[in-house]
Design a protein around this ligand. Structure first.
Ligand code: ATP
Ligand code: MG
Length: 255
């Protein structure tokens, strides 16, 4: 298949990294060869999969210096799951990238070199509509948008959808929205249910049926350097991500 999927939302703390790590974990468990790309200078995906971002080569080398990703990619304890790590230096990389030719396509060129080695490549984007996120959207075949069902979530969503439309029109005609994923959901909160209903009204089938509940095991897992599905596969959060993984695979078969 060789699908490249960006996990994007310019809002901070909405579950991009958790979704990237856990979807990657699920795909790995299902024996799909999967690469997680950490495109965020915060390097949460790198540390959350058990690596110290200070002590490993990172994606900066690939984007700015043209290093081969094979020399930078790390193997996790799951033989089907690899990580292309990030580093705080990526903030500087973004400044250097602005003056480079093909600046929107540096991640795409990096991933071209290895894309045939994987069934899925998941890109964890930073919380901004920045050049790094743009690189993620230009490299991807599709986008998954994790979101919390809170009041301001819908406002930010229209900016993101417009950006995705512009990228589709001008830079990457392959790009589609795979779906919107409701995360950290607390069904006891009326507001969350209302926003969820509004989301379904506006976006219909684009909203994944699976809902990821708020679950403390998902928040604990990164400190053990493991996806929730490996850390505690019987937890509600892990089960929800496994269900989401299956729904996502089914959905992209029809795209
Ligand atoms: P940023 O924009 O800073 O990159 P993000 O969108 O990647 O953030 P995460 O880091 O995945 O968001 O999640 C934000 C916080 O919420 C983290 O502490 C994470 O552990 C926690 N979290 C994410 N999903 C869940 C969940 N379903 N249940 C409980 N906690 C969660
Ligand atoms: Mg993150």
């Amino acid at each position: 298949m060789g699908k490249i999927i960006a996990i994007a939302n310019q809002k901070g703390g909405v579950g991009k990294t958790t979704t990237t790590i856990n979807l990657g974990g699920c795909l790995g468990v299902l024996e799909y060869k999967t690469l997680i790309v950490d495109a965020d200078p915060q390097a949460n995906t790198t540390s959350g999969t058990g690596f110290d971002p200070k002590n490993v080569r990172n994606i900066y080398d690939c984007l700015v210096n043209g290093a081969h990703p094979k020399d930078v990619i790390l193997k996790t304890s799951n033989p089907n799951l690899d990580v292309l790590p990030s580093h705080l230096d990526l903030v500087g990389a973004e400044l250097e990238m602005i003056n480079m030719p093909n600046r929107e396509y540096l991640l795409k060129s990096t991933l071209e070199k290895i894309k045939d080695d994987y069934d899925f490549i998941l890109i964890d984007c930073p919380p901004a509509l920045s050049l790094l996120t743009l690189n993620g959207l230009c490299a991807a075949n599709g986008v998954i948008v994790p979101m919390q069902c809170e009041y301001f979530a819908l406002e930010g969503l229209s900016d993101l959808v417009n950006t995705i439309k512009q990228v589709h029109a001008n830079l990457n005609p392959d790009l589609v929205i795979i779906g919107l994923l409701r995360v950290m959901f607390d069904s006891r909160m009326t507001l969350q249910q209302q926003v969820s209903e509004q989301l379904l009204e506006h976006f219909g089938d684009k909203v994944f049926k699976t809902i990821i509940p708020r679950n403390v095991r998902l928040a604990e897992a990164p400190s053990y350097g493991l996806p929730g599905v490996a850390f505690d596969k019987s937890s509600r959060g892990a089960k929800a991500y496994l269900e989401f993984g299956a729904e996502m695979i089914e959905r992209i078969k029809h795209m």
